[in-house]
Every structure is written in C-alpha cells, then in structure tokens.
Unconditional design. Sequence first.
Length: 460
Amino acid sequence: MAARPPFSSLRRWRSLPRLLTLAFLALLSSAALLVLLPGSGQSTSGLSSTPTAAAEPVPVRVLMPAPLADAVAAPVAQFNASTPGVVLEVIRGPLDTETISDLATGSLLLGEAPFDLLLVDVSWLARYVAAGWFEPLERWFGPELLAAMEPGARLGNGLDGHLWRMPLTGDTGLLYWRTDLMERPPRDTDELVAISRDLQRRGKVRWGYLWQGRQYEGLSCVMVEVLHGFGARWWNSSSARTELDSPEAVAAARWLAALLRDGVSPPAVASYAENDTLQSFAAGEAAFLRNWPYAWREIEKGGGPVKGKVGVTPMVGAPGEQGGGTLGTWGLSLIKGSPHPEEAVAAIRWLTGPIVQRQLAIEQGYAPTWSALYMDPDLQRQAPLLAVQRQALQHPQLRPPTPAYAQLSDLLARQVNGMLTGQGGPGPTMATAQRQSLQVLRSLAGPAGDTAGGRPAVDR
C-alpha cells in the first residue's frame, strides 16, 4: 500500500459549478486518462471454465479508488487467469472518497457509465439506491452469506428489504497509542486527555492526540465517533431527522474544541487529513492517533522512531459511554443495466470472498468481513490487528443512512471546522448545523410532505 490515506486526502473540487464538475468527471471516466488493470475469471466463480471457440471475452469493468484498485491487482490477475472467457478490468479512479463519488455520479447521471461494478463506500449507498442506479443482489447472494460475517460488516449493505452491496472490507476508525509511553490504552476520553497532558508536561511528546479536523469527510467520521462517545446521535432513524443540537451533541463538540484550546491537539489539526496525522504520529510527535487500519502497516514499514512501539484499540467514549469507530467499509454493487450481470456477479463473489479478503488482510491490513477468518490461527499470526479489528466490528457507528448524507456531511464538517478555527462556540456551532440540516431535509421533501430524501433506511 502506498504511504497515503486510502480514502481521503484531497479537498472536494469546488472551482466549477456542481453540474459542470460532474459532467467533466464523467468525461474523464470514458477517456483514456484512467489506468485499466486487466484481469479475467475464477474457476470457483460458477462460470464455465471452458471458453467458447473464437468468442470474444466478456469484459467486466469495476471502478475503484486508486489505493483499493492497487490492493486488488493480484486477485484480479488470479481471477482472470482462472476464468477463460471473462476479462475483469479495474478502472483506477481518484484517490479520495468524495472525488471518486463525483466521478461515478457524473457517469451515472449521463446514463453512460463505462463500468459494470462500483466499489461503494458505505456512506454512499442510500443516495445511489434512491437514484435507482443499482441492481438488487439477493438473486445471487442469500441471507446465509451475511450471517457468516461479523456484526458490523453486515451493516450498510441493504436498504428497504434488498441487498445492494457485498462488503469487501470491514474497516472502522481505530485509536493508536504509544506502548513505550504507557502500560495500557485509555479507557475513556477523560483518561486520554489526562495521559496526554501528563506526557506533554514531562516532555515526552509535543502533542497528546492527533485526529482529522480538516473540512472534509474525515471530520464527519470523527464527529460520528465523538457524538456516539458522548451519548449523542447525529441521526434518528425513527424520525428521519438529525439531532445535532442536543445537550450531549454540544458536549461532544465542546470536548473537541477543548482539545485545541488546551493544547492537547495542535491548532493545525483543523487542516489535517489522515496522512497529515499519520506522518506526525509516525515521527514520534504525539501519544495518540485516530486513524484507519491501514495506518498500522504504514508505521511498521516506515522505519520511524515509533516502529514497534504502537498499540491499537477501539475508539473510546466519555466515562460511562460505549465508544465505537465509524464504519468505513467498502463493498461492490452491480450497476443496473449492466450487459453482463452474471459475469459481474462472479467477479463480486471472488473479490469479496474469503480467499481475497485473507490476502488483503495479510498484505494491506484491511479488516476482513468473514467471521471464520478471524478464527484462523495462521491469519492471526500474520495480521496482528485482527483481534482489535474484530472487537471494533462489534460496535461500529454508521453515518446517517439517508440519500441526503452528502449534503448533511458537508455542512456539519463546515460548521465544526469553523468552530475549530475560532469562528464560533460549540453551542452556536451545533445549533447552526442542526438548523441547516433540517433545511436540507425539508428541501428534499416532496410536495405532499414525502421525506424521501431523509427517510430512514431499513438495513437488511
């Protein structure tokens, strides 16, 4: 894996109006500017292994963010080598979550998507399903498959009684801590701050806690964790409304603001994405880091001062509250109207299966979804984070499962980042975020009061 965050480090493209940006990105998807990684089938896919004489191979194309496209290069080649008659091609998309979503959306809006499969971030699903862009998968994947996965990995794949996505990874946000500076990780947010201050006072570290405070999706993921950790919630599925101005939500925002005010986190955290925090932590500048599972391998292969001195634990909450990391899973969805659905499903079956997930856990550090893999002694030896990743998948936190999520995330990140840079206090910040969120949901409601844009999504 390249030494960079797998899901986000670039700002959203804002220099063009939204529709022009989408159209431009759609043109990129059909141009030769994206690298295609060729591959072809798998004998266990259910497809015939005997090619038809003189028949052209069936092309199946999947759009993925660049790091995951790179990660599955070997499994794609294995698929292609063992299933004659099918060629699986990976369209290597942009680096970050927001830009690749814009790329996919632009292509789908034009009705000319040059791909059969899309690797879907869990936060996109409700919007894409509402737009009618995916084909349900229960025809090929029964409920027994999801039952064989860890609890958190089952979330975010189904809506309204249909299965729309098969998960490829089971990642969640995790808390990294320095084993050379403390005997055990903190049990709650109070201990995290107390340990940080003590280490800073004794000159052991410059900073206590590093996290993602830039105005982008990473800050929204941080907010999911902090809100839950203080007993608040961003989204009420029963009412299909946000609850960002509750006393608990304000307390969560106040805790974040105090990290900067008291010097536990650097002022620059307001401009940090995943890679910024990782580089600082890997250089030995901090006691704690909030990041994704990929960060551990980057630290261990980097040869920096903290190599071999880092532990990982699930995210902590306030005293008396259950902590939990944001669910950051990626999964494969079938585009409606794909001319080759059977071949595309065969690719889904292979790429999301236990053989490939085992390989990704060993080589890339991605969390598997299959429960059986977590009980594999050999895999446990080769993937040191496995036990922590399984523990984190027992209490993961979903982002609001609504088609309006992109707008809600953008405005919350904007408001909270403003608070971090001194533009408002916690109370007014969360009140504004709540007011603007309700305005977004009302604007998406139908003329008869239909709240399709914000309706609660029923997970399968």
